[in-house]
Design a protein around this ligand. Structure first.
Ligand code: AHM
Ligand code: MG
Length: 341
């Protein structure tokens, strides 16, 4: 048939992708009906949150909720509602054992709350990251990481106080000009775009690979007066390079999801360092740094604290913070050379 390309009609939805991956995988932790159900509840959650975000201004969902979270930060109405949506969806999926949310002071042990058998997965998440950008309609996102419950456990905080390298999957959904889910269950990183007309996430970015070198740096330079020497020296090296090298461009949105998304696609480096004011940095280890480090490594990049691989950090509490530098292999290696001096 003229003008007919069968490939154009071979649409891979997120559901189909997860089912296919499960069937292919020798890894029993993801090759199961249970994992598929969990992923399905996660991506439905993202659709619900995306809908709330799009209509926030119209439905009077902008502004603060009047509470603070455990970090002492003002919660926005959308932070609170997104958390509610996500906790409910994950509990009712029947697949979760432990939930850790940025918006919940304590870990939720699902078996205790529901009096029913818990599932096998522990999900750590930031339901709506980039709170300072919500009211301006700038890109924000949901971040999640997944651990399989430890052998013999029925769900306890120890199931999530584990290094990020033990995660079996991680991802984020960015609510921007389109909604994009980017995820990995340990075999590369794949991106899906929501087609609102059919209500499905469609595979649009298979096998995302972060370029080995970029020309963009992303950091809140307003904090420069607090930075330690290695970070200052590195920044100088990319802003005032020896000719014929050209200086790097600065891009900083202030939503980790959006800044990391750009870094994965275009390359370069994203940084939230520890400094003289924030001695452990700002970003949370379990549900911000680990998932993004997992994705970066799966895409062929590096994620470091400056001292060690992010995924090797041993968490001691669920809301702890961690410095992070992630992105292109060559760019992050250059940064690390300043830490070694
Ligand atoms: P949040 O979880 O309260 O939204 O804070 C996390 C956000 C990240 O998305 C972003 O990378 C960072 O905070 C920006 O912080 P700053 O405004 O200090 O640059
Ligand atoms: Mg956050």
């Amino acid at each position: 048939m003229e003008g007919y390309n069968p490939q154009e009609y071979n649409i891979i939805t997120l559901e189909r992708y997860v089912l296919g991956e499960g069937h292919k995988s020798p890894d029993q932790r993801i090759a199961s009906r249970e994992f598929t159900l969990l992923m399905s509840s996660l991506h439905t959650t993202c659709k619900v949150i995306e809908n709330l975000v799009r209509k926030a201004r119209l439905n009077n969902l902008v502004g603060v909720a009047g509470n603070q979270n455990v970090q002492g930060e003002d919660q926005k109405k959308l932070d609170v509602i997104s958390n509610e949506v996500m906790v409910n969806a994950l509990i009712s999926s029947g697949q979760s054992a432990v939930l850790v949310s940025e918006e919940e002071e304590h870990a939720i042990i699902v078996g205790d709350r529901t009096n029913s058998a818990a599932g096998q997965y522990c999900i750590v998440f930031d339901p709506l990251d980039g709170s300072s950008n919500i009211d301006a309609g700038v890109n924000i996102g949901t971040i999640f990481g997944i651990y399989k419950i430890r052998e013999g456990s029925t769900g306890s905080i120890q199931d999530v106080l584990r290094p990020g390298r033990e995660m079996i999957g991680a991802g984020y959904c960015m609510y921007g000009s389109s909604a994009n889910i980017v995820l990995s269950s340990g075999s590369g990183v794949h991106g899906f775009t929501l087609d609102n007309s059919i209500g499905e996430f469609i595979l649009t970015h298979p096998n995302i690979s972060v370029p080995a070198r970029g020309n963009i740096y992303s950091i809140n330079e307003g904090n420069s007066m607090y930075y330690h020497e290695p970070v200052l020296d590195y920044l100088n090296s990319i802003k005032f390079p020896e000719p014929p090298k050209k200086p790097y461009s600065a891009r900083y949105i202030g939503s980790m999801v959006a800044d990391v998304h750009r870094t994965l696609l275009y390359g370069g480096i994203f940084c939230y360092p520890a400094d003289k004011k924030s001695t452990k940095g700002k970003l949370r280890l379990l549900y911000e740094a680990f998932p993004m480090a997992f994705l970066t490594e799966q895409a062929g990049g590096i994620a470091t604290t400056g001292e060690k691989r992010v995924l090797d950090v041993q968490p001691t509490s669920i809301h702890e913070r961690c410095p992070i530098f992630l992105g292109s292999k060559d760019d992050v290696s250059d940064l690390l050379s300043f830490f070694k001096k």
